[in-house]
Every structure is written in structure tokens, then in C-alpha cells.
Design a protein around this ligand. Structure first.
Ligand code: ZEM
Length: 283
């Protein structure tokens, strides 16, 4: 590809760094998905501020926001990829990494287009507090996601990313994984939300969370208060039931919502020709 932007080659190299035997459940995938989500989820439609453009987590204000604790691991995993393809912006790299990781972990192909800039526009910087708080309920979720321009169905679909990864007490204060195989993308999260009995427990640090001891696998699985809220709110629950029963519909809706998420607030430089944006590894 020479001097063109070969996103496909980047996607391949992202796929190659996912296997991390020493880290968590053996994969960088889940934390890369969270990096992509937190880079984009600061968007505010009304003021057109925040979003993945600018890759603000490189700087202190956003980088050491407690909401982003742990995401430095994701950024470090991606450094060799950036070093090999220095032309790619961090904003593109982080969002593409999420898309590639989801696909490599068995999830849907997500449409993704490059062209985000790393230019930090001070007038577009998001204040802290724009990402959701797992200790809260349905009203909070709507408040946060409606601000981005996302609706009930998209909130539930995107929450299905909790099929992946785990909570770390030194990052969020919560602990445990949502599903037994947290490096495999599926609709298991929705099925467990409905099929298991979730009991509220207060952790030593005072944080309230829901747990279920799974006899089959002899592991303890967990849900955040916001996850449980999806089953208690009538409008949200309709989609939880839909996705628990129809994996293909979940994959389709998740791909559309995630694609929309990583496009929030993006303006592309029309003077630059974006070549090979059809990311075949991830999108
Ligand atoms: Zn999460 N998420 N999230 N999320 N998330 C965590 C972990 C992961 C919420 C939340 O408070 C938390 C979305 C939505 C929401 C992922 C993806 C996506 C953790 C644990 C918390 C507390 C962090 C830790 O301790 O390391 C809340 C309240 C959400 C509102 C609905 C959306 C949307 C996501 C992507 C589409 C992923 C992949 C993880 C696992 C990270 C890891 O390191 O394993």
C-alpha cells in the first residue's frame, strides 16, 4: 500500500496483539473495547463537544479521570501498532482497535471509517462526569446516552458489550466478570440477566453490586446496578428479552450502535483523500 493509509494492515496488527497470556483473561480485547467506548462516550450532541476526535485521553484532564482508570493498559498494548504505522491518528487507532477486538472475539463486523484527527480543539474538550456511573439506575442511563443522541434500544444493545471483560476493584471499585467466558462476544450477558437470581451485596469498600453463584461453572458472576436496571425498566427490558432470544438481532443492532458511537462528533478533513477506509479486518 506504500504511502496510502492501509487500515487493513493496522487491523491485522491489532488482531496480532490481542493475545496477552499474562493479562487478565489472556486477552487485551475487552480493555481495548472499553478504550474505544470511553474515547467516544464523552460526546454531547447539544454543544457538539467530546467524542473520539482528538484522542483526549493522551492528556491529563481526560487520561487520569477516575472513570478512565485502567485504560492506560489498553493504550500501552497499542503502542507497538502505532510505532509500526505512525501515520494513523490515535483517535482512529483506538476506535479501530475496539472494532477489531470485537470481531476477533467472535462478535459482528462493525462498519468503521478512518479520518479522525488528533488535533485537540480546546473548545471541544469534554468536562469530566460524562461517562455513566455503574452504581446508578435507568434515569441516569437515559440522561447519559440521550445526551450522545442514543435511544433506549441503543443503550441496551451497547450494554451487551458487558459480555466482555471484567471489573477490577482497583479501577472502578466493582469486581468480577459478567459471564463465564469473558473473551467471547455473545448474547450470554442478556440471557444471564434474565435467567439467574441476582442478589445485592455490599463489598468491603462499601460498593453495592449484584452477584450470583453459578453452580455449573463454580464461579461467581456479577452485574452492576445499571445492568440490573435494564431488567427493571419496562422499555429497557423489552430489548433485553429481544437480545436474549435473538443473537443475530443483537449482533446486528450492536454493530449499528457501536458504529454510530465511534462516529459521534467526527468531522473529516475534506481536503484529504481517505483511502482504503473499508476496514476488512474489523468492518
Ligand atoms: Zn462498561 N464498564 N459500562 N461498557 N465495559 C466496565 C467494564 C467494561 C459501565 C460501567 O460502569 C463499567 C459500556 C457501558 C457501561 C465495557 C464496555 C462497555 C466496568 C468495570 C464498569 C464499572 C471497569 C473496571 O473495573 O475495569 C456502565 C455504567 C455503562 C452504562 C451502560 C458500553 C456502552 C461498552 C462498550 C460498547 C467493557 C468491554 C468492559 C470490560 C473492560 C475490561 O477491562 O475488562
Amino acid at each position: 500500500m506504500g504511502n496510502t493509509w492501509d487500515f487493513k494492515a493496522v487491523g491485522q496488527d491489532i488482531a496480532n496483539i490481542l493475545h496477552q497470556p499474562e493479562y487478565d483473561d489472556g486477552s487485551a480485547g475487552p480493555v481495548l473495547v472499553r478504550l474505544a467506548w470511553h474515547s467516544a462516550g464523552t460526546y454531547d450532541a447539544e454543544t457538539d463537544t467530546g467524542g473520539s476526535n482528538g484522542a483526549g485521553m493522551r492528556y491529563e484532564a481526560e487520561g487520569v479521570d477516575p472513570a478512565n482508570a485502567g485504560l492506560q493498559h489498553a493504550r500501552v498494548f497499542l503502542e507497538p501498532v502505532k510505532a509500526k504505522h505512525p501515520w494513523i491518528t490515535y483517535a482512529d487507532l483506538w476506535t479501530l482497535a475496539g472494532v477489531v477486538a470485537i470481531q476477533e472475539m467472535g462478535g459482528p463486523k462493525i462498519p468503521w471509517t478512518g479520518g479522525r484527527t488528533d488535533y485537540v480543539d480546546d473548545s471541544k474538550l469534554p468536562p469530566r462526569g460524562r461517562l455513566p456511573d455503574g452504581a446508578k439506575g435507568a434515569d441516569h442511563l437515559r440522561w447519559i446516552f440521550n445526551r450522545m443522541g442514543l435511544n433506549d434500544q441503543e443503550i441496551v444493545a451497547l450494554s451487551g458489550a458487558h459480555n466482555l471483560g471484567r471489573c477490577h476493584s482497583d479501577r472502578s471499585g466493582f469486581e468480577g466478570a459478567w459471564v463465564n467466558n469473558p473473551t467471547r462476544f455473545s448474547n450470554q450477558y442478556f440471557r444471564l440477566l434474565l435467567s439467574l437470581q441476582w442478589k445485592k451485596k455490599t463489598l468491603k469498600n462499601g460498593v453495592e453490586q449484584f452477584f450470583n453463584y453459578d453452580e455449573d461453572s463454580e464461579t461467581e458472576l456479577m452485574m452492576l446496578p445499571t445492568d440490573i436496571a435494564l431488567t427493571q425498566d419496562r422499555s429497557f427490558r423489552k430489548y433485553v428479552e429481544l437480545y436474549a432470544n435473538d443473537k443475530d438481532k443483537f449482533f446486528e443492532d450492536f454493530a449499528a450502535a457501536f458504529s454510530k458511537l465511534v462516529e459521534l462528533g467526527i468531522t473529516r478533513d475534506a481536503s484529504k483523500k481517505i483511502l482504503n477506509t473499508d476496514n476488512e479486518k474489523g468492518g
